[in-house]
Design a protein around this ligand. Structure first.
Ligand code: HPA
Ligand code: ZN
Length: 337
């Protein structure tokens, strides 16, 4: 296969994106557009200067800039524009289903109401399904650097919008903020019929992945690449097929791995884990889901069969119904036949 044929092949593979922070799709151009719209002055002279600041040494150095970026999201149209631009981009990468994270506390702390956030995001998701045929789920995440009480209040504030989301998640600064800090919040969420996911094992230890599984009853682990240091954990992830939503460009930009050739995705895949590939915060990490897939394919010498496996895993790991999953797996069957 030529390089061009390969890109065409990977792009057209039906795939789900399962680890995508909508605030992380805020491109520098949109930051400047929205800042101008709202009369906000930015500490950067232009788009290039802002993009230049996207030079991260670890998770926290990224989060500092990411939380600064969201300040330009003020009204429902801003959230609509942000979400719709992502769906347009995802469609071009062959995404047929997406499960989108957002951080309610990043907005409510600035005085932006959940009404505004939900209105903009859900309007874009509905239009994206009509125009691009992309189905979706929405997953609000608690900021783990904030208190358990703050997460509890956020869960209460989210409940009037219960119909719009299927799960809750946990993100932000990992080290020093173990999943167990949020056991009671997640127990209440589960009692309300919500599924749970959590970032764990991005920079943190395997113990945090165990806590996400045992204390939070997570259905998926976001990142989870740190599992490799614990053989019993890897065996458990193989046995249960609890998926990892791995984000390769994020991992190299935040120095979880020194370079892509050092990434453990291929080893985890060969070991039988349900590994999936997503883009995390594509505006900040230099690529959307196709770029992530091509990066690991090239650096880790993934075979065409590996690429199909990643696409199949993404569907299997989604929160779609069994009927919808079967439909998409059949689309993949047909595509590779
Ligand atoms: N990790 C933790 N928090 C985040 C991330 C991430 O990759 N992206 C946005 N918030
Ligand atoms: Zn993430």
């Amino acid at each position: 296969m030529t390089d061009t044929d390969n890109v065409t092949f990977v792009r057209a593979l039906p795939k789900a994106e399962l680890h995508l922070h909508i605030e992380g799709t805020l491109e520098p151009e949109m930051v400047f557009d929205l800042a101008a719209k709202h009369g906000i002055s930015l500490p950067y002279s232009d788009v290039a200067a802002l993009r230049n600041a996207y030079n991260f040494s670890n998770l926290q150095s990224f989060l500092d800039i990411y939380y600064q970026g969201v300040q330009v999201l003020i009204d429902a149209d801003d959230f609509f524009q942000l979400t719709y631009a992502y769906l347009h981009r995802a469609h071009a990468d062959g995404v047929v289903h997406t499960e989108i994270f957002f951080d309610p506390q990043s907005h409510t702390e600035r005085g932006i109401s959940l009404d505004v956030v939900f209105e903009g995001i859900t309007r874009a998701l509905a239009m994206g399904e009509r125009v691009f045929g992309i189905t979706y789920r929405l997953i609000p995440c608690f900021l783990r650097h904030l208190s358990e009480d703050a997460a509890m209040l956020t869960l209460q504030a989210l409940m009037p919008y219960r119909q719009h989301f299927c799960a809750v998640g946990l993100d932000s600064s990992e080290n020093g903020h173990p999943p167990s800090k949020f056991s009671r919040v997640f127990a209440l969420a589960r009692a309300a019929g919500l599924l749970t996911v959590a970032h764990a094992g991005e920079e943190g230890p395997p113990a945090y992945i165990w806590e996400a599984l045992n204390d939070l009853q997570a259905s998926r682990i976001d990142h989870g690449v740190g599992c490799e240091a614990d053989d019993a954990l890897c065996a458990h992830l193989v046995a249960t097929q609890i998926p990892l939503t791995v984000c390769p460009l994020s991992n190299t930009k935040l120095a979880v791995f020194a370079q892509m050739s050092a990434h453990n995705l291929k080893r985890l895949l060969d070991r039988g884990l349900c590994v999936t590939v997503s883009s995390d915060d594509p505006a900040y990490f230099g690529g959307y889901v196709l770029d992530n897939l091509l990066a690991v394919q090239q650096s880790l010498a993934l075979t065409p069969a590996d690429m199909v496996t990643l696409a199949r895993h993404s569907i299997a790991a989604s929160f779609l119904s069994d009927v919808d999953k079967k439909h998409h797996q059949q689309r993949i069957d047909k595509y590779v036949a």
